[in-house]
Ligand binder design. Sequence first.
Ligand code: GLU
Length: 509
Amino acid sequence: MSERPLRVRFAPSPTGPLHMGGVRTALFNYLFARRNGGTFILRIEDTDQVRYVPGAEEYIIESLKWCGLHYEEGPDVGGPYAPYRQSERKAIYRQYADKLVADGHAYYAFDTPGELEAIRKDFESRKLTFSYNAEERKKLKNSLTLPASEVETNLKNGVPYVIRFRIPENEEIVMHDIIRGEVRVQSSTLDDKVIFKADGLPTYHLANVTDDYLMKITHVIRGEEWLPSLPLHVLLYRYLGWEKEMPQFAHLPLILKPNGQGKLSKRDGDKLGFPVFPLFWKDPDNGETSSGYRESGYFSEAFVNMLAFLGWNPGTEQEIFSLDALVNEFSLERVGKSGARFDPEKTRWFNHQWLISRDTEQLTGLFVKLLHEKGIHKPEEYIRKTVEMLKERAFFVRDFWEQGAYFFQAPATYDESVIKKRWSPEMAALLKELTVRFSSFEPFLAENIKSNIHSLAEERKANFGNLMNCLRLCMVGSSMGPDLVQLCEMLGREEVNTRIDKALAEIRI
Ligand code: GLU
């Protein structure tokens, strides 16, 4: 472990809504920083102007806030290494590209996009894949092949160029990853990546490494998709003379589709019926929308809890962890390297667990809000009781409505299969009689309600259970729902009788 103060960063590119895999990366960085008394930083990597999407940065910030992933330094809060938005750091990068060129580790390449495209096509036609590598660069238009005078004239005349990193020939690059251990790569398998573009901006690689160095980042924790970039990053540190300050790397395992087949993609979500984004997103270009966990009724705690288990485990049976509890337990040693399968059912289960652990007051407040949106106003005490009765079976706050609308309105339809099985003219007559009985006693409480149904069934030699089922059909519209006499007590005499009359008028056999 390095002696320097521990600093980690989450460095998303604002190219669209933040995928849940991105939130997982942010979470692991956050947990690692908190666990080890370090600093967590947000840096926006927006040097690719073509892929920049308006609103994406705000979306990233709001997502982190929703999850409770507080960062000490970032574009909106500043910090000692500001600015934290790469587009505002443009002037910084060029000198490092120049240094690499001067030292022979990078070169100017004048090949036009059209020329490269033609070469690529030619390779394809020969069933080969073109790569601007140590072999091919010898045949292309760059400062390694052109006479020095021509290079100079080109530069003077403003001929467009990019700067490419010169991958060393025939070298084994040995790297260390906290999660994967030693990783070795032959330099001949690598290509000469562009590090500085014709538009005067660095590419991801140069900007990322430079900023990690300047911002004194000690650990880079990011997704596995960046592992192929690691050899280049390690070489950049080496040739820029920063090897001593090079951060340690940890590449998090891929998040796999629910069936375990391949990486979970942005397109999987709404196709398979679950969100892959933390928040709702509307694409500013085409208006396409994507659902988010927040708007789908998930508690942020459940979302975070689920994300933590995508690659990490506590080594015990415990599954429910708050953010603080995760901070106490988290270590990169407990992050695996094999892909983590995303399970939407388990995610719902996490939400259920977080819902039942919420206190009734809080859930009541959320449900009141939902009811108000539907124009339903009832005393808070009444709503609290419904929450108490429905809580154990609910996965989301909206389930209180979806499973308990009958607490607030008479059923609109009646379950045909229950009618077939239970309803009869005899039962209808008994229910009519019940409305009379229900008007005859005080107070209208569960116990009294029950004894009156009992005595009526006994006097008329009718099946008590069947009568209860028919009464339930009148109140709820189906055979579901909570304790029936308790429900009747809550609805009150008048509503109970109205519902019986409504059912008697509407149910035909
Ligand atoms: N900007 C990169 C991204 O969008 C950052 C990768 C890294 O963490 O190095 O994920």
